[in-house]
Design a protein around this ligand. Structure first.
Ligand code: UDP
Length: 486
């Protein structure tokens, strides 16, 4: 294992950041690590779980231009074949992967002469005991919405009180101090309480209160109600005694751009201002063959310009590329009708697997984002003032989509029809949502609101002495310095 930190004796706090595999966690924690180094004078070692890491993750963490003071240390690969069945659920697989890697955490931390703090995500909670033994404080960086945090902190109680499945409850789940969650919007990890997925989820979130502090990837203008609830509501004050720090939006500021990515940006350069719909379903999102065809038709019927990040269809799973994103060299011509590509040539661009999302969202030609509403995608879109067509697929994306559409007013939700037990979004619905968002009045209103949030996001991160994300993080770093006698 390479040891990258060369100057651990310097008068800077040394912080270890540990993320579970998957771009949705690695990206914000890595960005957080960079901020600690560049803005707050810390040394950071980012621990990289290489087992089952995607190509995109490896590219991000092994990019050549890391700022001095930030090191990436790879865990050696672990053989999971005897420990996890091939058909294990994603969270089971991920949790066992993390567990096996963390067997060496104690020796790593000792080798580092005990850092001032360890920052983890929700699925690395095995680190709590190890750090406690070494008297190292552990902070949690919650990568999803604060609304989801509020719901998850309630889950242990729901688990005790509710007899059947949560999805069968006759009424929405009342979340203290926040809007109720409709059962159809519940995070899919709680959809089957007998599943290993659920048990792992409950295990990890029951341990959030063990953290010495929780960083929230949000800002108050985006989620005023959940942030207030977590801070002030008696229910949360009782179970989460550690302070919470809204420090968001923590999103990537740059990204590796491949040759295909560069071509996509050149194409955007040639399009009129605010004219292009960007379609990307996160690092894991895939559609069924039927859904892919309907989306293609809807895009064509809408007559709007688009960039579409496409992946080979998968009828069995909506998260088919979660662990190998960026690695599947797919050829859209094998699954998209040749005529579709021909007919939309010049007006639409099809990009296989992966596009430089951040660069596309900040481009002047981009008008709207058809997104699965992963939290990072939501933050990236709003930080650039781009309204959303919400097409949630898995995890907590339905909750995010509902909040963005019904409370924040920056999204329109796509409506799926149920036929013969299958939920499919028809071409007319795609056409309606795209037209409405790119050229309609509703789209203008959503864009206005998204731009307001863009301004307030920038304000939350400004180093101007006001009470905001920058100041919150600065206060924690000062505390680390005091505790470490630095
Ligand atoms: N992403 C990207 N290009 C793509 C698809 C996704 O750069 O073609 C990035 C996106 O910018 C975001 C992350 O992948 O940072 C997806 O995270 P999110 O939380 O939105 O969804 P998840 O992948 O966890 O479902």
């Amino acid at each position: 294992m390479a040891r990258g930190v060369t100057d651990l004796q310097s008068k800077k706090p040394h912080i270890v950041v540990l993320a579970s595999p998957g771009m949705g966690h690695v990206t914000p924690l890595f960005e957080f690590a960079k901020r600690l180094v560049l803005l707050h004078g810390c040394h950071v070692t980012f621990l990289n779980i290489t087992t089952e890491a995607s190509v995109a993750q490896t590219q991000l963490l092994h990019s050549p231009n890391l700022p001095p003071g930030l090191s990436v240390v790879d865990f050696p690969p672990v053989d999971l074949s005897d420990m996890v069945d091939d058909d294990a659920s994603p969270l089971t697989r991920l949790s066992i992967n993390v567990q096996q890697n963390l067997l060496s955490l104690k020796s790593i931390l000792l080798e580092f002469h005990k850092p001032q703090a360890v920052v983890i995500d929700l699925f690395c909670t095995q680190a709590f005991e190890i750090c406690k033994e070494l008297s190292i404080p552990v902070f949690m960086f919650f990568t999803a919405s604060t609304y989801l945090l509020a719901f998850t902190l309630l889950l242990p109680q729901l688990d005790r009180d509710v007899a059947g499945e949560f999805v069968d409850l006759p009424a929405p789940v009342q979340v203290p101090g926040c809007s109720p969650v409709r059962t159809q919007d519940l995070i899919d990890l709680v959809g089957n309480r007998k599943s290993d997925n659920y048990k792992w989820f409950l295990h990890h979130l029951s341990r959030v209160p063990m953290a010495d502090g929780v960083f929230l990837n949000t800002w108050e203008d985006l989620e005023p109600v959940p942030v207030r609830a977590i801070r002030e509501h008696a229910f949360y004050k009782k179970i989460l005694t550690a302070p919470v720090y809204p420090i968001g939006p923590v999103i990537k500021e740059s990204e590796p751009v491949t040759e295909t990515g560069a071509e996509c940006l050149t194409w955007l350069d040639e399009q009129p201002e605010h004219s292009v719909l960007f379609i990307a379903l996160g690092s894991g999102g895939t559609l069924s063959a039927e859904q892919l065809t309907e989306l293609a038709w809807g895009l064509e019927l809408s007559g709007q310009r688009f960039i579409w990040v496409v992946r080979a269809p998968n009828d069995a799973s909506a998260t088919a590329t979660f662990f190998n994103v960026g690695g599947d060299k797919n050829d859209p011509r094998t699954y998209l009708a040749e005529r579709f590509i021909e007919r939309t040539r010049g007006r639409g661009l099809v990009v296989p697997s992966w596009a430089p999302q951040l660069s596309v969202l900040r481009h002047r030609s981009t008008a709207a984002f058809l997104s699965h509403c992963g939290w990072n995608s939501v933050l990236e879109s709003l930080s650039h003032g781009v309204p959303i067509i919400a097409w949630p697929l898995y995890a907590e994306q339905r909750m995010n989509a509902t909040t963005m559409a019904e409370e924040v007013g920056v999204a329109v939700k796509i409506v799926a029809e149920e036929t013969a037990g299958k939920r499919v979004v028809g071409r007319e619905e795609v056409e309606r949502a795209v037209r409405m968002t790119v050229e309609g009045e509703k789209g203008k209103e959503m864009r206005r609101k998204a731009r307001e949030l863009k301004q307030s996001a920038a304000k939350a991160l400004r180093n101007d002495g006001s009470s905001n994300g920058y100041e919150s993080l600065a206060r924690v770093v000062s505390q680390w310095k005091v505790n470490g006698k630095i």
